[in-house]
Design a binder for this molecule. Structure first.
Ligand SMILES: NC(=O)c1ccc[n+]([C@@H]2O[C@H](COP(=O)([O-])OP(=O)(O)OC[C@H]3O[C@@H](n4cnc5c(N)ncnc54)[C@H](O)[C@@H]3O)[C@@H](O)[C@H]2O)c1
Length: 345
């Protein structure tokens, strides 16, 4: 397994994985139209590592089929926003779903394999609520329990958010192509991932955003679920993601056509209020965080990955703890303060 195409290679995840795999002596190529804020900075990092980016829109079937042959494609190209405005719904499906379709057509042409970066948002919003609450618990601090961990068999019925639905459709498409054309695949449903080179915004990359707002003393809000910052997520360091993808590529002839939940897990779960405390300790800045009580329809109060299956297959566990993740992001932001001011609000 030598030649890898990373779709979305100038994004947060794609760029870090591309550089990691290059160091492991893979021949790495990126496909990215540089539409995401900050992707031009990541392109510079790829160039330094002598990784070529094909500046192509993932919706462009013809250009994708004209690319050279690859052994494996990593699909980490997507419009990543849980709360999609109604005028953008079509675009999200066009990029996320038909983009995956184009990569699958390329897989048929090249007889290559695919690893798909899916999301925890393929799981039912209602079922996640039901896991936790009767309504009177809304807005109270969540005491994290093992029974809240979500495994691969969890309810996937709508509502999921349009983003989640587009990723669920892509998953189904991959399985269909695998059935018809024998394409080997792995689908990874990730919880929240963070680390250096994540240009955090409200819709995506909240940990990076949280630290940035503390560092630069800007406005922040606790939004939804009573506006107290009690929503919980599990956080996974990008270095741990690189490690598991490396293992998956190495073993793909033996372990394939599987779906995995992968995340920080119970030990790396945190609510926003606690993240505020950590951010204050590390940046030494305190900011006033306001409360917005209304809850977005597509938001969820908690998500924690059950890593049992991924651990059984690869003996993999997340190594970096929350505090290390926060410190790593903080150090990266301090080091690049001036250039980041152009990209992060
Ligand atoms: N970051 C997370 O916490 C997280 C969690 C779960 C799943 N994922 C999945 O991982 C993948 C990567 O996420 P990320 O955080 O790196 O996102 P990102 O936004 O940083 O990267 C996505 C990249 O895709 C590119 N792109 C977007 N539209 C394109 C198009 N039409 N043609 C070509 N390139 C295009 C962007 O320029 C960007 O560089 C996504 O598929 C996402 O669904 C991310």
């Amino acid at each position: 397994m030598k030649k890898v195409l990373v779709a979305g290679g100038c994004g947060f995840i794609g760029s870090n994985i591309s550089i990691f795999l290059k160091k492991k002596k893979y021949k790495v190529y990126s496909l990215d139209n540089l539409s995401r804020i900050g992707s031009s900075l990541n392109l510079r990092r790829l160039k330094k590592s002598k990784i070529r980016n094909y500046k192509i829109d993932i919706q462009d079937t013809k250009k994708i089929l004209k690319l050279p042959k690859f052994d494996i494609i990593l699909d980490c190209c997507a419009l990543v926003e849980a709360d999609v405005k109604k005028e953008n719904i079509k675009k999200v499906f066009s990029v996320n779903f038909f983009g995956t379709n184009n990569l699958l057509m390329k897989c048929i042409q090249d007889k290559s394999k695919i690893i798909f970066f899916s999301t925890s948002r393929v799981y039912s919003i209602k079922a996640i609520y039901n896991l936790l609450f009767n309504k009177k618990n809304l807005g109270k601090k969540i005491i994290i329990k093992k029974k809240y961990l979500i495994n691969e068999k969890f309810d996937m019925n709508t509502p999921l958010s349009y983003y989640g639905l587009s990723k669920k459709f892509s998953e189904e498409l991959i399985k269909e192509y695998s059935y018809s054309f024998g394409i080997k695949y792995i689908i990874n449903r990730f919880g929240v991932i963070s680390g250096p080179w994540q240009f955090g915004k409200v819709e995506q990359g909240f940990l990076s955003l949280w630290i940035w707002k503390h560092l630069t003393k800007r406005k922040l809000f606790y939004k939804g679920f009573g506006g107290k910052g009690f929503q919980v997520r599990d956080i996974l360091h990008i270095d741990d993601v690189c490690q598991i993808i490396y293992l998956q590529i190495k073993k793909i002839n033996k372990i394939n056509n599987q779906i995995f939940n992968i995340g920080g897990g119970i030990n790396n779960s945190i609510d926003l209020k606690s993240l505020t405390n950590l951010s204050q300790n590390i940046t030494k800045n305190k900011i006033n965080i306001k409360s917005l009580k209304s809850t977005n329809m597509s938001d969820i109060p908690i998500y924690i990955s059950n890593n049992k299956k991924i651990n059984e297959y690869y003996k993999w566990k997340p190594k970096k703890k929350i505090k290390e993740i926060v410190v790593d992001v903080f150090k990266w932001q301090m080091k690049n303060l001036n250039s980041l001011k152009k990209f992060m609000k």
